[in-house]
Ligand binder design. Structure first.
Ligand code: COA
Length: 174
């Protein structure tokens, strides 16, 4: 998993060391409004998740990547990015979170652009998808601002993510 760079950010592959910096920001209900079940219940749970992500499961059929976004000037970790790629299908799914204290400063757009560039140039994905609750306006407006098109609205029931809601599927064709 490569480190990525933008004008302001270093996207560092997530390791267990990022948990201490991320925890105060992730221990915040504003980050979990649309998927409360995924909210880590303790610092230890987040640490274990990041430990798992540090040594990701690399099935031939699927590649999972996670980055912590660090502002190079302030050294603050401002959010996280995720991509799951299915090389045989040349498609990826992305997910993004910018911590509440750092939102509306263009960080998400900047970081997602770097992830898209990586998925195109390094992993040769031709279709990128993002899914979100229909009420998550920040998320779908961000996707639209990056050129994603809404291709589906569907009712998703996913007990693992605690989701029983209408979701949009957005697609970017490269
Ligand atoms: C969605 C999220 C990542 C956006 O991060 P951000 O860094 O604040 O977004 P940016 O500042 O890069 O905004 C880029 C564009 O997205 C749209 N946008 C972002 N936040 C928005 C909001 N609250 N309402 C409406 N549009 C919004 C705007 O078009 C914005 O461009 P503009 O500022 O020029 O108008 C952030 O709100 C977040 O992490 N939310 C909680 C977790 C989450 O829901 N993640 C998505 C899971 S599907």
């Amino acid at each position: 998993m490569p480190a990525l760079q933008t004008a302001r950010l270093d996207l560092e592959p997530i390791t267990v060391k990022h948990a201490a910096e991320a925890w105060p920001h992730l221990d915040d209900p504003r980050m979990w409004q649309f998927f409360p079940k995924l909210r880590p219940k303790s610092f230890e749970e987040l640490r274990l998740t990041y430990a798992r992500w540090e040594n990701p499961f690399h099935a031939k059929s699927e590649l999972r990547e996670n980055w912590a976004c660090r502002d190079r000037l302030s050294r603050d970790v401002v959010g996280t990015m995720q991509a799951t790629t299915f090389p045989a299908q040349t498609l990826s799914y992305i997910a993004y979170g910018i911590f509440a204290a750092y939102q509306r400063r263009g960080y998400a757009r900047e970081a997602v652009e770097a992830v898209l560039h990586h998925l195109d140039n390094d992993l040769h994905s031709r279709r990128i998808f993002a899914e979100m609750d229909v009420k998550n306006e920040a998320s779908f407006r961000l996707a639209e601002s990056l050129g994603f098109k809404r291709v589906k609205t569907r009712h998703t029931v996913d007990p693992e993510r605690g989701i029983d809601a209408d979701e949009y599927l957005y697609e970017l064709l490269i």
